[in-house]
Design a protein around this ligand. Structure first.
Ligand code: F3S
Length: 74
């Protein structure tokens, strides 16, 4: 899973960082500091909550498995 941030939409509400400062890192001006970022194992629920918390809808989740961990053996 990855967090995708649309930095052009971010207005600095910091509600994402209130859910998890570790996942939703802000820059020195209080805006989201990355374009995309992998979610460490076990932090998926926080990633979902923080993404939903953004009133500008600047955050999205890419639910795809990271390469190498996908279970499609077909
Ligand atoms: Fe920006 Fe939304 Fe977080 S506006 S600081 S991405 S809550």
């Amino acid at each position: 899973m990855k967090i995708i941030a649309d930095r052009a939409k971010c207005a600095g509400h910091a509600r994402c960082a209130a859910v998890s400062e570790e996942l939703f890192e802000l820059d020195e001006s209080g805006y989201i500091a990355f374009d995309s970022k992998p979610v460490p194992p076990g932090m998926e629920a926080l990633a979902r909550r923080g993404t939903r918390a953004c009133p500008e809808r600047a955050l999205m989740l890419d639910e795809e498995e990271a390469p190498g961990t996908a279970q499609n053996m077909s």
